[in-house]
Unconditional design. Structure first.
Length: 355
């Protein structure tokens, strides 16, 4: 806002989610990763960059065009929500979760948030009230939600079975984040997230006016880039070698090369203009799907940045996208104006990420 075969069965192949840092406590001194520099910090040695969550993208598969036409329209499943964001598909449970964000309240002007559950074809219920969440993703074992949580200005985890809340990232060098917005998780548990100030409300700015991208690895929070204006959506390529970030305040999408240890190289421009780039997802061919807050479209790009077509949903305010369904070829889109935000879906040709 202003990504399966049962994952639990593959958990033993992955590293655990980064260790939680107690709320309010400073993490161990992180290896700072300034824009344009590669961190010397290393984690567990890997043969190559881990990419999509385990089981999402079959190795060796080949794909044709992702869209059935250059312009397709997603059908509305239901509208009337406050402001939907952060869809994530849970394959082994057969449902989609989305954050529904309300109007700011209280002296600090913090937006409340509830996680709604959609069980196809048409059932909606409340999964978690007072979640404080925006963007949602899954841990590599599929047992936890990883949530950008503006209520505590943190990145949180929620155990899906009992909704126990944990902390993935509490602060950066003892300073509160602005309002974490969206998250991406590698198959080895490294977490990347954006930190614009959209949901900071009236709380003090502890980031000195900077809006940034961060990485969490081994319980340590590192800075990826603090020179973007309002970074928003974030996604990883299937091979884990490229990190994409939408700069909402610049109308650009950037990309970073990712090393096997999770550190990133200098940024470069992936797409020079998309109006209000919000949430994003990736398909198994590496095509990039980016929601535009300005024109109500999801813009689809090849891995080289060539626009392949668009998906239309609401007239304005398209916020995020995720693949789901039994074969993960259904693209779910959250879109629409505040207080009439809706969930949309369309069938596409290539399977993709669950968030």
């Amino acid at each position: 806002m202003v990504p399966t075969p049962t994952l639990a069965a593959l958990a033993s192949l992955c590293l655990a989610l980064p260790a939680a840092v107690p709320v309010g406590a400073a993490a161990s001194p992180p290896q700072i990763l300034r824009a344009g520099h590669v961190s010397a910090h290393t984690t567990t040695a890997l043969a190559g960059p881990p990419g999509a969550p385990p089981g999402v993208c079959p190795s060796g598969a080949s794909y044709g065009p992702p869209l059935p036409a250059t312009s397709v329209t997603a059908a509305k499943i239901r509208g009337g929500f406050s402001f939907l964001e952060g869809p994530v598909w849970l394959a082994d449970r057969g449902y989609l979760l989305v954050s529904d964000m309300g109007a700011a309240t209280g002296p600090e002007r913090v937006q409340p948030s509830t996680i709604r559950r959609f069980t196809p074809p048409a059932t909606f219920d409340t999964f978690l009230a007072n979640s404080g969440s925006n963007g949602l993703a899954l841990s590599p074992d599929g047992r936890q939600l990883v949530a950008a949580t503006h209520d505590q200005r943190s990145v949180s985890s929620y155990r899906i079975d009992d909704l126990t809340r944990g902390v993935v990232a509490a602060n950066y060098q003892g300073r509160a984040f602005n309002s974490p917005n969206d998250v991406a998780v590698r198959s080895d548990g490294v977490v990347y997230f954006t930190d614009p100030n959209f949901q900071r409300g009236a709380r003090a700015d502890q980031m000195s006016g900077r809006t940034s991208v961060f990485r969490v690895s081994g319980g340590q929070v590192s800075l990826v880039d603090d020179a973007l204006r309002q970074p928003n959506g974030i996604a990883l390529s299937p091979d884990g070698a490229t990190l994409y970030v939408g700069a909402y305040g610049e109308n650009k999408i950037y990309k970073y090369a990712v090393a096997p240890d999770g550190s990133t190289g200098p940024r470069s421009v992936f797409v020079n203009y998309v109006g209000g780039p919000d949430g994003a997802t990736i398909d198994c061919a590496g095509n990039v799907y980016w929601a535009s807050g300005f024109d109500g479209l999801v813009h689809v790009y090849s891995p080289t940045g060539v626009e392949l077509g668009t998906v239309r949903s609401g007239s304005t305010g398209t916020t995020n996208v995720a693949f789901g369904g039994s074969d993960r070829r259904t693209l779910y889109v959250t879109s629409g104006p505040t207080n009439d935000s809706g969930l949309y879906s369309v069938r596409l040709n290539v399977p993709g990420y669950p968030y």
